[in-house]
Ligand binder design. Structure first.
Ligand code: ZN
Length: 389
């Protein structure tokens, strides 16, 4: 379903989709505003000028774009290391607090987890050092008084200011991400170490969750202190703490859920047997049948009794309602054989991975070339709910 708040995909790099959450636009504009009106005038010694100069806006936009590139580099470090270690990567999303590299599966061991977590802050440190070197070099260059050309001198000042800003921001990015609160990078490093010592991923994740909540509590206190002193940047800290608190809980529960789904097979929770309908049925008649079946959506279709496709509520609702009268099942169905399938003996976790990677609502369950059922997010959610997760 379309949602306004769904991240927009802006492109692909190394085959990894890059998406931007709408909340990121807000932070980008705030950043440009803050740079153009507060940071740059001070750094360039133009504090007492009235209004905002065009050159400052241009420099602010460039600096913000470079910061955006730095955050992307940090996330790509995570994603590419995950790929090197054989962990699938779903994509990278930038949002209000930075970025997140979505990893398809839990890391297979503490060493993998450690490497994936550490490279992000490492890259941020490297960028900070490179920017600092540029800044120092330009300071020395200007200090020697070798520049006679005013334009070149001015350009060097702009670059120096941006380099200084990037050095600071990337250092902050590295340090903040290294806070030992799961699921921040530092918290993941902590979890990997506890995991290696205890040889128990579940307990390591539990301790990780506690560390995440501990750091969140400390950030809240720090934020409150700042707000009470009249510094409203403390509000950001509190918002971030709230986000971290929630993320720590979600990460732990998602691991528990994965654990539960490893212990059950697809066959035990799939929707089966499927209803059979003729491929020449109209979508309108099909929709009416859906309404009267107890476990409606997906079903196999017959000509001469053999299954040729699958059709569920998803496929029907993709078609405009006005066309339901004339459109036939065969025009809307998912033709068989389908590329993505699971077997009844697969762990239910495999179904979850496929659903997440393909962003589909359900996948067919195939045994000896025959579709014997369907499994979707609903079945997985119902099972987890029944187990109290
Ligand atoms: Zn990171």
């Amino acid at each position: 379903m379309f949602s306004f708040f769904r991240p927009w995909q802006i492109g692909k790099l190394f085959g990894i989709p890059v998406r931007i959450d709408p909340s990121w636009i807000l932070i980008f504009l705030l950043l440009v505003y803050q740079l153009a009106t507060l940071v740059l005038p001070v750094e360039l010694g133009r504090r007492f000028q009235r209004g905002v100069a065009l050159d400052l806006i241009v420099v602010a936009v460039l600096a913000s774009l470079l910061l955006f590139a730095s955050v992307l580099a940090h996330e790509f470090a995570h994603a590419l290391m995950a790929r090197v270690r054989g962990v699938s990567v779903l994509g990278i999303t930038l949002f209000i607090f930075g970025g997140v590299a979505q990893i398809g599966d839990e890391p297979d061991g503490p060493a993998t987890e450690f490497l994936i977590a550490i490279v992000g802050p490492l890259i941020s440190f490297v960028i900070a050092i490179m920017a600092a070197v540029v800044w120092i070099w330009l300071q020395a260059f200007q200090g020697m008084g070798l520049v006679n050309n005013i334009a070149v001198f001015q350009l060097a000042r702009y670059i120096a200011v941006v380099a200084f800003y990037l050095a600071q921001a990337n250092l902050l990015l590295a340090v903040f991400n290294l806070l030992p609160g799961f699921p921040l990078d530092g918290g993941r490093v902590l979890r990997s170490i506890v995991w290696a010592i205890l040889q128990d991923q579940r307990r390591a994740t539990y301790i990780g969750m506690l560390s995440g909540r501990g750091v969140a509590a400390l950030l809240t206190l720090g934020g409150l202190y700042l707000v009470l002193r009249g510094e409203y940047s403390g509000g950001w800290l509190i918002l971030m703490a709230w986000f971290l608190w929630r993320a720590a809980g979600e990460a732990y529960h998602s691991m528990l859920a994965r654990d539960l789904l490893k212990q059950i097979t697809v066959g035990q929770i799939m929707r089966a047997p499927l209803q059979r309908v003729s491929e020449s049925l109209s979508l309108r008649d099909l929709a009416e049948s859906f309404a009267s079946w107890l476990r409606p959506p997906a079903l196999a279709i017959d000509i001469n009794g053999s299954a040729v496709g699958l059709i569920g509520i998803d496929q029907v609702t993709m078609i405009e309602r006005t066309k339901w009268e004339t459109m036939r099942v065969r025009q809307a169905m998912l033709p068989l054989p389908v590329a993505l399938t699971v077997s009844p003996n697969d762990a239910a976790l495999r179904a979850l991975s496929l659903l997440t990677e393909s962003e589909r609502q359900d996948v067919p369950v195939v045994q000896e070339g025959q579709v014997v059922g369907v499994i979707g997010r609903r079945e997985l959610a119902q099972y987890l709910q029944s187990r109290g997760e």
